[in-house]
Design a binder for this molecule. Structure first.
Ligand SMILES: Nc1ncnc2c1ncn2[C@@H]1O[C@H](COP(=O)(O)OP(=O)(O)OP(=O)(O)O)[C@@H](O)[C@H]1O
Length: 462
């Protein structure tokens, strides 16, 4: 049977109020609960500190002059006892000195008496909204961390050491970096790692996939727009360059950027000035740009689909991220790392987390989707297994069937591209031709799947 919750448990926020004025105490005690918050009212600072020592609160509102502790002293104690709490000063004797102290103590607001009820309701509403936003940010950070893992490049293969060495070298500079590698190899992770090792690490890291946006939206996404700049632009909006100001902007799949935008990007990289769509003014920004591609940009330059000047501008340094099949010795390391990401509760031990048969099956796979595909497989296994070790039956179905490998062995030497196509065809069959589902299983983007299918058609035709 469910227990009836007390008003304190159902309240949106727990408020601690300290003031020596009887009338105000009465008003707060009767009115704040009507606003949906629970409130503890104290007549002085000492009682307020005692309450904080016993119970957790979300918001503290204090008068400045009270018997015992002053409001400032109560806030100082609050910072030690409950640093997560938002604090507000409500005073009839404002002064420059206390206002400065309040700023130093990072109080949320400094309000003057007398306060109307509507002012108190507005104030508490703002505190609640800020706490909600903070919770949402924390939840999003948690989700991102879980999906992306920590910014730690796992790999002991010489090619990974080479990549890491280069990252360490160039991180401290402001040079534009081009990261090359197949889909899912960890290019974004390399970009984040560059950012975290740079002096900009306390500023934003903003990422965009240039291939994921329709051509007409890319400009406003990158540079922002003014109100009314185009149909649907109901309000002015900052673009990603502005959001990343002071930090790093990661332009993934730079090869997909339309030619018209390539010219605009080049101008921005050369001048540091951006112009919102529909704006006449430019704004100078300080952004380090890191680009990535799985495409052969030189070939694209040759074909006229990528600007040569832009290519020279973005590839001051190049970091090559190897495909997983080129560093299969790293697979057990990566598998353990990814298992720990999805099941931190399991604390997988390096040696025994995966049964030898499981590792063997993983080692025999071609991994067209690289580490992302491996991450999908490990997540699948982490959900299915009740405990360690991970057995072959915990892997997605196509791993348990050795069909593909048998066929490959019996058909003699096979090119990597053939093996890749084989894996794609099998995935398509398993999903009755559903391309998004097949791409998800393989750990590659839908766009990559189409590219690979088109390339296969072209090579058959040619
Ligand atoms: N060396 C690595 N160590 C740990 N995790 C990795 C490594 N490489 C890739 N990953 C993980 O694999 C997944 C895919 O990586 P990421 O998104 O960086 O690849 P990508 O090359 O940018 O892919 P795309 O080309 O599709 O944009 C992420 O979950 C990432 O954390």
């Amino acid at each position: 049977m469910s227990r009836l919750k007390s008003p304190k448990e159902t309240a949106k926020m727990r408020v601690l109020f300290a003031d020596d004025e009887d009338n105000l105490q009465e008003l707060i005690r009767s009115e704040v609960p009507r606003m949906g918050y629970s409130v503890t009212v104290c007549p002085d600072g000492l009682t307020a500190v005692a309450a904080m020592e016993k119970e957790a609160f979300d918001c503290l509102i204090v008068d400045l002059q009270m018997p015992g502790f002053t409001g400032i002293q109560v806030i100082e104690r609050a910072a030690e006892l409950q640093p997560d709490m938002d604090t507000v000063i409500m005073t009839g004797n404002p002064s420059e000195k206390t206002a400065i102290e309040a700023i130093q103590l990072q109080v949320f607001d400094y309000v003057m008496k007398p306060c109307r009820l509507a002012d108190i309701a507005g104030l508490l509403g703002r505190v609640w909204e800020r706490r909600q936003n903070r919770r949402q940010v924390a939840a999003l950070e948690h989700r991102v961390r879980r999906a992306e893992g920590e910014t730690k490049l796992i790999g002991d293969h010489p090619t990974m050491h080479e990549a890491t060495r280069l990252i360490e070298r160039v991180a401290a500079t402001d040079s534009t970096i081009l990261i090359r590698g197949e889909t899912g190899t960890g290019k974004e992770l390399v970009a984040r790692s560059l950012h975290e090792k740079s002096d900009r690490s306390d500023q934003p890291f903003v990422a965009i996939n240039c291939g994921a946006l329709p051509e007409n939206l890319i400009e406003s996404e990158l540079f922002g727009h003014n109100k009314g700049a185009f149909t649907g632009a109901d309000a002015a909006r900052a673009g990603l360059f502005e959001m990343a100001d002071g930090g790093t902007l990661f332009l993934d799949e730079i090869g997909e950027l339309p030619l018209s935008m390539q010219a605009k990007l080049l101008r921005v990289l050369e001048t540091g000035d951006i112009r919102r769509v529909g704006d006449n003014e430019t704004k100078n920004i300080d952004v380090r740009v890191v680009c990535a591609t799985h495409r052969d940009l030189e070939q694209m330059v040759h074909e006229g689909t990528f600007r040569e000047d832009l290519m020279f501008r973005i590839n001051t340094f190049e970091v090559q991220v190897p495909a997983l099949r080129e560093r299969m010795s790293d697979l057990p390391l990566l598998a353990n790392h990814l298992l720990a990401r999805f099941r931190p509760d399991m604390k997988p031990d390096m040696k025994d987390a995966f049964a030898p048969e499981t590792l063997k099956l993983l080692a025999e796979h071609v991994w067209p989707g690289n580490v992302r595909e491996l991450a999908n497989v490990i997540e699948h296994a982490a959900i299915l297994c009740d405990g360690l070790p991970i057995l072959p039956e915990h892997l997605p179905r196509h791993f348990s069937s050795r069909q593909l490998r048998k066929e490959l062995r019996s058909s003699g030497p096979t090119s990597l591209r053939d093996m890749e196509m084989h894996a794609i065809e099998e995935a398509l069959q398993r999903h009755d031709g559903n391309k998004p589902a097949a791409a998800a299983e393989l750990g590659i983007s839908l766009k990559t799947l189409y590219n690979k299918l088109n390339a296969a058609i072209d090579s058959k035709a040619g």
